[in-house]
Design a binder for this molecule. Structure first.
Ligand SMILES: *[C@@H]1O[C@H](CO)[C@@H](O)[C@H](O)[C@H]1NC(C)=O
Ligand SMILES: *[C@@H]1O[C@H](CO)[C@@H](O)[C@H](O)[C@H]1NC(C)=O
Ligand SMILES: *[C@@H]1O[C@H](CO)[C@@H](O)[C@H](O)[C@H]1NC(C)=O
Ligand SMILES: *[C@@H]1O[C@H](CO)[C@@H](O)[C@H](O)[C@H]1NC(C)=O
Ligand SMILES: *[C@@H]1O[C@H](CO)[C@@H](O)[C@H](O)[C@H]1NC(C)=O
Ligand SMILES: *[C@@H]1O[C@H](CO)[C@@H](O)[C@H](O)[C@H]1NC(C)=O
Length: 519
């Protein structure tokens, strides 16, 4: 076989290949998004995806998104307003960012070509080893953290990761959140499945190490976060983070009356308590009962689109769909249909409101006078189908597409492209955090949240791995029956399933911003 034919077959056979291009063009242009029309992407997205993963992968560097010494994530980094070069990094991170990093590695270990394109485009076959070597360091860091701060019970607060040993950020001393840790736990669970699936003995040994860490949280989760009567605390105050969980002096106090009873990302922690904590059957049942008031059916109906039955959002930020990246929710037909409806509403709402992008909780734009990014815009979504109706709608973000990608890859990619072609929305590390709808400002920042949620959605998250694990443990049917039970109590007949998802119709205006010089 000739070399060229071999390459053609090789590329042709890969999901993300470039069948018609020579290997030298496998280093795509930094501003690749401008080379594709929406039509191109709808016709065949492979080449766009390949370029996208290549450039997002530039985020995966020491001192940019993680610390190669301890294997732990940084929240992200600011980039220079004119060049796009990484400048001021966020030396802190949290369990949620860790979950995104770990999901990506789980995919790499499972042999995902997309993950390899992200992690090691020059040598895709090295991707799994790269992931494993970071995970070895990360495990050591987690175990050291647990030794130094045993009061966290194995869980992570927001932490500083620029030192070899992690430490709580100043505002998370003696405090620990449930929601982010739920995201972390299922990512680790999926990653362990991927390691166990490997024929490499050293991978399976690492799986054992991680299992030990994971199992430990099964023994501490309820002791720390469960306050009785089905209630789970969102943020726990720890009497002294240096005292072990079982120290007679140790005490955990719920920081506020706010409970982890959301039917969104927070549910990942509920499942952990439900499956693995030593709570009584009655307490476990109550975990679901207390959550019921917030699982609400509403109808999207605006601008001639609708009615579409959706699960009421908190803000309807895309971030709220995170749980679908991690557990096999779409195995329940009702949930898959309902979450597809959510994307009908999300995409069509942006068309109806003449928005070139979509909303998700995200960092505000850079103040170019001070070169600072001060605000985080949490309330960004669709007010008419949310419980929180006071929102801020100036800023859109590429990662808003991740739940769309999970139900309709083509439409999700079309929206992604539509935001990436905005001025300054690509940089030497891939996509940029966010842009104003009117094109007058961007957030010159890179974060795991705004970048790797989308990457993970494209790669399929860890749902397949988690499904495999739950099946092995005999918990899968329970996952399905409870999800089915809770959702079918509220959702009977879904309206709007015949409505097409909407494609973008507006562009981010050119308001005079100049692209990053390095891209
Ligand atoms: C890491 O990044 C910071 C900016 O966030 C920079 O000041 C520092 O020199 C970098 N260190 C290394 C080792 O590259
Ligand atoms: C975490 O620390 C506690 C208290 O020192 C210890 O009992 C436990 O075994 C540690 N967990 C792991 C996974 O090493
Ligand atoms: C927390 O515990 C450590 C270790 O026992 C001790 O050195 C420290 O003084 C304690 N802090 C408080 C505020 O009690
Ligand atoms: C940017 O920061 C400057 C200096 O603090 C402030 O005066 C200005 O109002 C800020 N601009 C915006 C748009 O917030
Ligand atoms: C975001 O920045 C704009 C100015 O560009 C400001 O008006 C708005 O209040 C900021 N929002 C948050 C949540 O920081
Ligand atoms: C794990 O390995 C088994 C046996 O080779 C295979 O059937 C399964 O699909 C693999 N699972 C994943 C998630 O890759």
């Amino acid at each position: 076989m000739s070399y060229n034919l071999f390459l053609a077959l090789f590329w042709g056979a890969t999901a993300f290949g470039l069948p018609s291009k020579s290997p030298s063009s496998s280093v795509p242009s930094c501003r690749y998004a401008l080379e594709y029309s929406q039509k191109d992407i709808l016709k065949d997205p492979r080449s766009f995806i390949s370029d996208y993963l290549y450039w997002e992968g530039k985020f995966h560097q020491n001192n940019v998104s993680y610390n190669t010494e301890n294997g732990c994530s940084y929240d992200g980094t600011q980039i220079d307003w004119s060049t796009g070069e990484a400048t001021l990094k966020h030396s802190f991170s949290a369990a949620s960012k860790e979950s995104l990093q770990i999901m990506l590695y789980a995919q790499a270990i499972s042999g995902s070509q997309g993950a390899a394109r992200f992690l090691s485009p020059e040598k895709p076959s090295a991707a799994a080893d790269i992931a494993v070597s970071v995970l070895e360091k990360k495990l050591t860091a987690y175990l050291n953290f647990n030794e130094t701060y045993p009061g966290f019970g194995g869980f992570l607060p927001w932490f500083m990761s620029d030192q070899q040993t992690l430490s709580p950020t100043w505002d998370w001393v003696n405090r620990v959140p449930a929601l982010d840790n739920g995201e972390l736990l299922w990512a680790v669970y999926g990653m362990i499945q991927a390691l166990e699936n490997s024929s490499d003995q050293s991978y399976r040994k690492l799986a054992q190490g991680w299992s030990k860490w994971l199992d430990y949280t099964k023994s501490t989760a309820a002791k720390m976060f469960y306050t009785g009567n089905g209630n789970v605390c969102t943020v726990m105050d720890i009497a002294n983070q240096s005292w072990p969980v079982n120290d007679p002096r140790q005490r955990y106090t719920c920081e506020s009356t706010s409970m982890l009873d959301d039917p969104y990302e927070g549910e990942l922690f509920t499942w952990w308590l439900y499956f693995y904590s030593p709570l009584s059957a009655q307490d476990k049942e109550m975990l679901w009962e207390v959550k019921r008031p917030k699982l609400v059916s509403v109808e999207y109906n605006m601008g001639g689109v609708g009615p579409i039955t959706v699960q009421q959002g908190y803000w309807f930020s895309s971030h709220e769909q995170w749980k679908a990246l991690e557990m096999p929710y779409y195995d329940v037909d009702l949930v898959r249909r309902l979450f597809t409806n959510a994307e009908r509403a999300r995409t069509c709402n942006s068309v109806v409101t003449r928005n070139p992008g979509m909303f998700a909780s995200v960092n505000n734009i850079t103040n170019t006078t001070t070169d600072e990014i001060v605000g985080y815009i949490s309330p960004a979504g669709i007010p008419s189908i949310s419980s929180q109706t006071v929102q801020e709608h100036d800023v859109i973000t590429p990662y808003s597409v991740f739940p769309t990608l999970l139900v309709d890859q083509s439409v999700g990619l079309a929206w992604l492209r539509n935001m990436l072609i905005g001025k300054k929305m690509q940089n030497p590390y891939g996509s940029t955090e966010a842009t104003r709808v009117d094109g007058t400002g961007v957030s010159a920042l890179l974060t795991w949240d705004s970048k790797v949620t989308t990457v993970n959605a494209l790669l399929g998250g860890v749902q397949d791995l988690v499904r495999q694990g739950l099946r092995k443990e005999g918990l899968y049917n329970l996952f399905i029956s409870i999800t089915q039970r809770e959702y079918s109590r509220v959702f009977k007949n879904l309206k709007g399933e015949n409505i097409d998802l909407c494609l973008p119709e507006e562009s981010i205006p050119d308001a005079g911003l100049v692209d990053f010089t390095l891209c």
